[in-house]
Design a protein around this ligand. Structure first.
Ligand code: TRP
Length: 337
């Protein structure tokens, strides 16, 4: 790794829409702490994104605080990084408005995630859902982030971020850093549903046995893995096409133990699916337990969390408004003298 005087900025965010699954953890959050040494990190709880699908207001408030606590429990240091709640910094909405004026409807209606979500929430296809990527672009560009760690599923949104940054810069002169995606290790190996390994693990699944969350206790986790759908045959072998269920469990076991897939296969050679599922459940439960305990401890200390939010809001706003003022000036909004 090269040493640089001025660390580059890194931005990422997670939506507080329900419980955080082990998929979100492996695909995003658990990598965030380690990045703090290499980058100046800015991490947000993306509550404005969450409301693009219907949320229960009381649950959203609770989940926002829970996600903030989870970030800290996973090693994000609010002194080192800027940790904040997206809606606390109005600049995100303000920049979204300006960027909307250089975004074409076709760019947004073509997005895979928009099409998927429109199909899944057919009764609530709203403008916010369509504009979701532009809000995400604003999140990133406001902080002049050079690097954006995301999972595979967000790659298209990163492409849009680059397109809009370049488009704005060409039209109005150099303003935004054009960010690079940083596709996270293991995020390509997506964590699939335990009930239907052809689908991504999702906290919005109607079947609670299909996903494991960071707040599940040990018994629940072990039980869910015991019930996980497996495949015909009896061999623990990685073969996503022929053995999607077992391959998913191998991916999870690998992610939580750090052992290579090949070593995992060896470990369970000659053993049955039952032993394997129990081992996966225990490995996950053991990894989740201390994080869950720390999160609970933090949630009991509301004063501390309020202080973190306040500090994060101030530091984020300072950075964000520097960019927004530049943008307003460039597009010709009259700022007074
Ligand atoms: N859309 C992202 C997700 O669901 C969350 C997010 C919001 C985000 N704003 C962002 C991720 C900016 C990276 C950068 O995973």
């Amino acid at each position: 790794m090269e040493i640089s005087e001025n660390k580059q900025k890194l931005f990422s965010a997670v939506q507080p829409s329900g419980a955080i699954t082990i998929g979100n953890y492996i695909g995003a959050i658990r990598n965030f702490a380690a990045l703090q040494d290499r980058y100046d990190c800015i991490y947000a709880v993306a509550d404005l994104h969450a409301i693009t699908v219907r949320q229960d207001p009381a649950a959203l408030r609770k989940n926002t605080l829970a996600l903030l606590a989870l970030f800290i429990a996973c090693g994000i240091d609010p002194q080192k990084s800027v940790l904040f709640v997206q809606s606390h910094v109005p600049a995100h909405c303000e920049l979204t408005w300006v960027l909307n004026t250089i975004t074409y409807p076709g760019e947004l209606s073509r997005m895979t995630q928009f099409k998927d979500k429109s199909a899944r929430h057919a009764d609530n296809v709203n403008m916010g859902l369509m504009d979701y990527p532009v809000l995400m672009v604003s999140d990133i560009l406001l902080y002049q982030a050079a690097c954006v760690p995301v999972g595979e599923d967000q790659k298209q949104h990163l492409e849009l971020t680059r397109d809009l940054a370049v488009r704005f810069n060409n039209r109005y002169g150099p303003t935004f850093t054009v960010p690079e995606p940083y596709i996270l290790k293991d995020s390509g190996a997506r964590v699939m549903s335990l009930a239907d390994p052809s689908r991504k693990m999702s906290k919005s699944d109607e079947n609670a046995n299909a996903f494991v969350t960071m707040t599940d206790d040990k018994d629940t986790i072990v039980r869910k893995f015991k019930r996980a759908v497996t495949d015909s045959g009896s061999e623990v072998r990685y073969d996503p096409a022929a053995k999607p269920g077992i391959s998913n469990l191998l991916t999870i076991y690998h992610a939580f133990t750090g052992k290579s897939i090949a070593d995992c296969e060896k470990e369970f050679a000659g053993k049955g699916y039952g032993d394997f599922k129990l081992a996966v459940g225990e490995a996950v439960a053991d990894a989740v337990a201390p994080i869950r305990a720390e999160q609970a401890r933090l949630l009991a200390d509301k004063a501390y969390l309020q202080e973190v939010m306040k500090g994060g809001r101030e530091r984020a706003a300072r950075l964000a408004y520097r960019t927004l003022a530049k943008v307003y000036r460039k597009v010709g909004l009259y700022m007074g003298e």
